[in-house]
Design a protein. Structure first.
Length: 94
């Protein structure tokens, strides 16, 4: 019930909660830029960021807002390159 109330409160007041996992501790100006972009994207009056450091990302960050994920991490870029290389390799074998 409390969760339902907070969801309705945030929605009614155009407040967005987001989780930011970063490879390193973000600078304050980077956090403000991200908040500004999220506020613009979601037409929010306030953005609450829950920031954690995750060394496994290698570089960059992963931003999650509800069920949407914006992955700008080094780990994601490497995974994409590997998938592309494997796909290219499999296609060449055919």
């Amino acid at each position: 019930m409390a969760s339902e109330f907070s969801t309705e409160f945030f929605s009614a007041n155009r407040i967005v909660k987001a989780d930011l996992r970063a490879a390193r501790t973000p600078r304050e100006e980077d956090l403000e830029r991200i908040k500004k972009e999220v506020a613009k994207l979601y037409d929010a009056t306030e953005v609450i960021l829950n920031v954690t450091v995750d060394n496994s990302l290698l570089s960059g960050y992963v931003l999650q807002i509800g069920d949407r994920v914006f992955d700008n991490s080094g780990r994601h870029a490497i995974d994409q390159m590997m998938a592309c290389l494997l796909y290219t390799s499999d296609a060449a074998d055919d």
